[in-house]
Ligand binder design. Sequence first.
Ligand SMILES: NC(=O)c1ccc[n+]([C@@H]2O[C@H](COP(=O)([O-])OP(=O)(O)OC[C@H]3O[C@@H](n4cnc5c(N)ncnc54)[C@H](OP(=O)(O)O)[C@@H]3O)[C@@H](O)[C@H]2O)c1
Length: 163
Amino acid sequence: MSRILNGIVAVCPDLGIGNNGKLPWHPVRLSNEFKHFRTMTETPSVQGKQNVVIMGRKTWFSIPEKNRPLNNRINIILSRQCKVLPAGAHHLVPDFNSALRLVDTDLAEQADQVWIIGGSSLYKELMESSGTRRLFITQILKQFECDTFLPEISPDKFRLLPK
Ligand SMILES: NC(=O)c1ccc[n+]([C@@H]2O[C@H](COP(=O)([O-])OP(=O)(O)OC[C@H]3O[C@@H](n4cnc5c(N)ncnc54)[C@H](OP(=O)(O)O)[C@@H]3O)[C@@H](O)[C@H]2O)c1
């Protein structure tokens, strides 16, 4: 049985997630949202294991250098172009399936939950992949300018869970 994959994202009312390589609300820091992201992605369900965060190259570089890698988590970066592991990252892979394969092989003993943390195309791959997929979406109630968006969520594939 394939592993449960989790996606986590904060979206503006128009489903915008980013602008100019940063969060739309930059330089404002939404501290509760940041804490929520950290708690969700950082807390393993099994003691002694670590969660995995999988992200695209632009999301990796959108994280302030001093905060990379995201601590207490195994950081996997996707890039077709990069051939050299970005400084601070734990693993570099050329596609989504390679990331999942890595988690299920070399990292199998140490990896607990898998979190897809952006950007756009990774959320799309997550939504289109088969198996149990969970999306944790924080709705930001204010609109900011955005140039990057969460792909549309198919109501045939996802259902809203009660709180
Ligand atoms: N609001 C939120 O919760 C949230 C979360 C995450 C990110 N963001 C924002 O979103 C923006 C970044 O997202 P983005 O969609 O522009 O970029 P992204 O997905 O983070 O990065 C895109 C790059 O990742 C690599 N990539 C993506 N899919 C791949 C695949 N299937 N196989 C191999 N490599 C792949 C490619 O790198 P190469 O070009 O190197 O090949 C691609 O150019 C930023 O503004 C960031 O702040 C917001």
